[in-house]
Design a protein around this ligand. Structure first.
Ligand code: BGC
Length: 351
């Protein structure tokens, strides 16, 4: 199968070289996205497509329904269809080495998009946000909001992290946990459930339902006796949504809701911030990430070395990377950040 794909690839590449030589055909870029079920990836996909097309490229955009095998065959097809650069937001960052090897054989550069491609030498660049920095913003918010430098506490906190197959998830959690650890050690923050290991607080596939079910268990197991829960540190908005639903089912309202963190400024979560149900989120403007990635694609196709400002170790190599800057968001700045900037319309955020 691999051989057949390689032969077909050589054929297709020769044909596409002929096409390029005979006419000024637009170069084709493959964009592999993980799923349409989470809002941010739809935004990433459509921003990438629009910006690549505006830069004069043809775009093959695919969503893989969170299924690794689907993503592998989509990437194979992109290569067969003559894509000259691949932009890949993986489902499982460590599961694509073989198919990325086909890209390497065909001389097609690969850019990991938002999520690192791990355990492979077949990746050229990585564009993302400062992922550890996202967690630090969440942790620092708790430090400031509860004045942990001066306050005695103790305040009770529970952690909910992301998917173990996503390299970002460990970084988000580490950024938040490292920021809060001194206060846990000092007894100002107490994790009543005792659940502080990434593997224990992780949420496979970032699913809201999974985060909700785990929080249901924590609430009945540790808080049913009236113990006060002050903080739910959630790594992103899909997990925050599950945790919020669990808390609402348990009887919490906007009046006594624990402080919940998130990331992405999804519409549902931004509405929750406005309604006083979620305290903050971290805004990662997908337009910025798309623009940065388009610059990288353009440089690569023009034979220029793209600008990078970081490296990420992927287990096999240090991947030259471009880190965009994540931004703190809450009820006080969402209008400027999200509405005035044109990211959402006011109607989208209305009830
Ligand atoms: C992204 C987050 C997103 C999460 C779930 C992560 O890789 O960086 O923005 O919330 O995946 O889709």
């Amino acid at each position: 199968m691999k051989k057949l794909v390689s032969i077909l690839l050589v054929l297709v590449l020769s044909l596409s070289l002929l096409t390029v030589a005979s006419a000024e055909a637009a170069k084709k870029v493959g964009v592999a996205m993980p799923t349409q079920s989470l809002q941010r990836w739809n935004q990433d996909g459509s921003n990438m497509k629009a910006q690549l097309e505006a830069a004069g490229f043809e775009v093959d955009l695919q969503y893989a329904n969170n299924d690794v095998a689907t993503q592998v065959s989509q990437i194979e097809n992109m290569l067969l269809n003559g894509c000259e650069v691949l932009v890949v937001a993986s489902i499982d960052g460590g599961a694509l080495d073989t198919v990325l090897g086909l890209a390497k054989e065909a001389g097609v550069p690969v850019i990991a998009y938002d999520r690192l491609l791990t355990g492979t030498a077949n990746v050229d660049y990585y564009t993302t946000f400062d992922n550890y920095g996202v967690g630090q913003i969440q942790g620092q918010y708790i430090v400031d909001r509860f004045d942990l430098e001066n306050a005695e506490g103790p305040f009770n906190i529970e952690f909910t992290a992301g998917s173990p197959d996503d390299n970002n998830a460990g970084l988000f959690f580490a950024g938040a946990f490292d920021t809060l650890k001194p206060y846990i050690d000092a007894g100002k923050l107490v994790v009543v459930s005792g659940q502080t290991e990434f593997e224990v607080v992780a949420t496979p596939a970032w699913k809201s339902e999974t985060a909700q079910a785990r929080m249901d268990n924590i609430l009945t197991g540790f808080y049913a006796d009236g113990t006060k829960l002050d903080i739910c540190l959630c790594s992103n908005d899909s997990t925050a949504l599950g945790v919020t639903n669990s808390l609402i089912n348990f009887g919490f309202t906007a009046e006594n809701m624990p402080v919940i963190t998130g990331q992405d400024c999804d519409v549902a979560n931004t509405k929750n911030m406005i309604a006083g149900l979620q305290a903050m989120s971290v805004f990662k403007d997908t337009r910025t990430l798309a623009a940065q990635t388009v610059v990288m694609v353009t440089d690569i196709l023009n034979g220029k070395t793209p600008e990078t400002n970081a490296t990420y170790a992927n287990g096999v190599m240090d991947v030259p990377s471009y880190n965009c800057t994540p931004v703190f968001a809450d009820v006080n700045n969402y209008a400027e950040l999200l509405v005035e900037s044109g990211y959402y319309t006011a109607e989208q955020l209305a009830e």
